[in-house]
Design a protein. Structure first.
Length: 331
């Protein structure tokens, strides 16, 4: 019999690709999402969709009583770094309170497995690059801190009630379905690659590069971009790992190669053949200099093998989506 997996936040950018990957790998899929930032159109109709908020324990209990859920994939946190600096309580409320309600409902219904979208932002400004899984955690923005709190909550909940978890600390999720059928659509958009492509297609005149005085080779921030489908596949490996009886764990997920903001713009110029005007603007709040993953444990223990291993291919998938859906899911 198929296992039923609930994706909390399955209408979001990462969640909707997760749903698709689960369906492709023959899981039965349930989505819970309050559509605060996600799109119903992004959810494959083969998944059963419940509209509601995961801070609402009653809503979760109703879904859990109706569905025979083996595991939950938690992807419904708020995740915009500068917004979290401006409005930290919004982040602690949605992310931390949401996690507590979810774990309470899982405990009550005896659901034993949780895969959690954590983040590289948990590390802050790392002392060492690439960052190993066990590097010190010292977030420099409320978003990263909220996710670190959620990781700690899961640890104690595992010890007390036996809910097993894998936290996957993503670096920069990027790209889209290769055929351009699904992709990134945030309002407002804050992420680099979609904004670069908006500039390429003429929806904005100039890209603003937020600071060129960081402690990096060209002065702009360095990030580790990892394709969304490779991330989704890692969740399924993590699920299988837990169901096989392995202990809870935390893994970094990145490509292990860093690209500066300027290098991303260059890559996008090559992919699109467009000029992409860019100018240097003031620094944005909460940006660490460099975030690059050491994902060797995920590769070794989970058997994770990212298929997108160069930035050109990742940007190409995002460009295909952008050309087919210049206004995202409204097209
Ligand atoms: N940037 C620009 N101009 C823009 C947009 C972004 O210069 O118009 C820069 C940012 O300052 C940053 C880099 O591009 O240096 C990447 O920014 P993103 O907003 O795309 O991504 P972040 O690194 O801020 O954050 C993302 C996720 C987080 C996650 C983090 C981990 O949104 O959830 O990656 O690396 F924690």
């Amino acid at each position: 019999m198929k296992q039923t997996v609930m994706v909390a936040g399955g209408a979001g950018y990462i969640g909707s690709h997760m749903v698709q990957q689960l369906l492709d790998e023959d899981y039965d899929v349930v989505v819970a999402d309050n559509l605060s930032t996600g799109h119903q159109k992004a959810i494959n109709p083969a998944a059963r969709f419940y509209e509601g908020d995961t801070r609402d324990k009653q809503f979760l209990q109703q879904v859990f009583q109706k569905e025979d859920i083996t595991a939950v994939i938690h992807m419904d946190a708020f995740s915009i770094v500068p917004e979290s600096v401006k409005d930290p309580l919004k982040y602690f409320d949605n992310n931390v309170i949401g996690m507590i309600a979810l774990l309470e409902a899982m405990r009550d219904q005896d659901i034993k497995y949780l895969i959690f979208s954590s983040t590289a932002a948990a590390f802050g400004n790392p002392q060492k690059t690439p960052i190993p899984d066990d590097a010190p955690k010292d977030p420099i923005n409320p978003y990263g801190d909220s996710k670190l709190m959620m990781e700690k909550i899961m640890k104690w909940v595992d010890q007390a009630y036996g809910i097993k978890y894998v936290a996957l600390r993503y670096f920069n999720a990027a790209g889209a379905m290769a055929d351009g059928s699904m992709g990134e659509d945030h309002t407002p958009e804050t992420h680099l690659i979609p904004i670069v492509l908006k500039t390429a297609i003429g929806q904005q005149a100039t890209l603003q590069i937020y600071g060129d005085d960081y402690n990096t080779p060209d002065g702009t921030n360095v990030r580790d971009y990892v394709h969304i489908l490779d991330l989704a596949k890692a969740h399924i490996l993590a699920l299988k790992y837990l169901i096989a009886g392995n202990p809870s764990d935390i893994f970094n997920l990145g490509s292990s190669t860093g690209f500066s903001v300027k290098e991303i713009v260059e890559a996008a110029r090559k992919v699109t053949g467009k000029e992409i005007p860019a100018k240097i603007a003031p620094r944005r709040d909460g940006d660490p200099d460099i975030l690059v993953a050491d994902s060797s444990r995920a590769r070794k223990i989970l058997g994770w093998q990212p298929q997108y291993d160069n930035i050109h291919d990742i940007v190409q998938t995002a460009w295909t989506w952008k050309q087919k859906h210049p206004n995202g899911y409204n097209d």
